[in-house]
Design a binder for this molecule. Structure first.
Ligand code: NDP
Length: 296
């Protein structure tokens, strides 16, 4: 049977977006500032197109300005760098997001590090990575920030808890580990070379799965009562109808939910929180740029 509380990321994200929208409205009514987010999409990756479209819709719904720059897949790196430079210099742009992955002929690190760190709302610029790693004020990557918000909401203090993060990407796993360390968890960062991953996972009071392997983490890897945050978004064939697909996480939901104390579903967990945090980061960047107090 199901024991776990389902953490409703969709509802939580709606609250965050609502709060951002209120603060945006106050910025417009008061100092007359409209926060602006620029998104750069290079090429036609279908998943990226869906993400960028949703980001644009939610940015506008929060009352912010959305600037979409869609470039051909063959756009030379120099042209992308020139666009980033223009966005850096544009005072109506407070946040810049370059949608990854970029085409093979483009050096992603070079492009990301060309973004003004104060506008780097994805938190991937080396300056923001370094600030986060040293416990200084940074712009924090959206997906792990959303996970942290849900964990704080559920647990209150995270101090002293055993946290295991599976996956060490720069986008999710590593910054997630830094954030949990910042909240005084005892953090283990596991990956494809980890020995006896099941046993490592069973130590966790907080288990974060960011692997990209459908339903890899099974119920008997989960410590009874643990909180499971499933970052994975995997499209797999539908079990009953082969003409259809469905989304699953990196955790086998039913078996994990039978053991966990709380778990995020896929879809409806981490995914919606990611875009909500992007809007929150854009608002934060806008307030900092204008010397205004930061939103709570
Ligand atoms: P990456 O592919 O960049 O990283 C995957 C990590 O998982 C790597 O560190 C890899 O280890 C590790 N890994 C792979 N196989 C295993 C295994 N068998 N056992 C243990 N570890 C393993 O993925 P991302 O971090 O970008 O994304 C992870 C998942 O999260 C994906 O499903 C992605 O779609 C999803 N995602 C969801 C977001 C959201 O908004 N909800 C946002 C971003 C990502 P190694 O380093 O050793 O190769």
């Amino acid at each position: 049977g199901m024991a776990a509380e389902i953490i409703d990321g969709k509802a939580f994200a709606a609250e965050v977006r609502e709060r951002v929208a209120e603060q945006v409205a106050a910025l417009k009514a008061g100092p007359g500032i409209v926060p602006g987010l620029a998104v750069v999409l290079v090429g036609e990756d279908p998943a990226s197109q869906v993400y960028v479209k949703n980001k644009g819709i939610q940015t506008v719904a929060a009352g912010m300005a959305s600037f979409e720059h869609k470039l051909d897949a063959a756009t030379p790196e120099a042209e992308i760098l020139a666009l980033v430079a223009r966005l850096n210099a544009d005072p109506s742009v407070h946040g810049i997001l370059v949608q990854l992955p970029l085409p093979d002929h483009v050096d992603s690190a070079k492009v990301i590090n060309a973004i003004d760190p104060a506008k780097d709302v994805d938190g991937f610029h080396i300056s923001n990575v370094g600030l986060l790693g040293t416990g200084q004020k940074a712009l924090v990557p959206c997906t792990p920030l959303g996970c942290l918000m849900m964990l704080r909401d559920h647990h209150g203090s995270l101090a002293g808890l055993e946290a295991v993060v599976v996956g060490r990407s720069n986008i999710v796993g590593k910054p997630m580990a830094q954030l949990l360390l910042g909240d005084s968890c005892t953090v283990t960062l596991a990956h494809s070379r980890t020995r006896d991953l099941a046993a490592v996972c069973r130590r966790a009071d907080i288990l974060v799965a960011a692997v990209g392997r459908p339903e890899m983490i099974l119920g008997d890897w989960v410590k009874p009562g643990a909180t499971v945050i499933d970052v994975g978004i995997n499209r797999v064939p539908h079990p009953e109808d082969p003409s259809k697909t469905r989304l699953v996480g990196d955790c086998h939901f039913d078996s994990c939910a039978a053991v966990a104390g709380a778990i995020t579903p896929v879809p409806g967990g981490v995914g919606p929180m990611t875009i909500a945090c992007l809007l929150a980061n854009t608002l934060t960047a806008c307030c900092r740029a204008n010397g205004l107090p930061e939103p709570a």
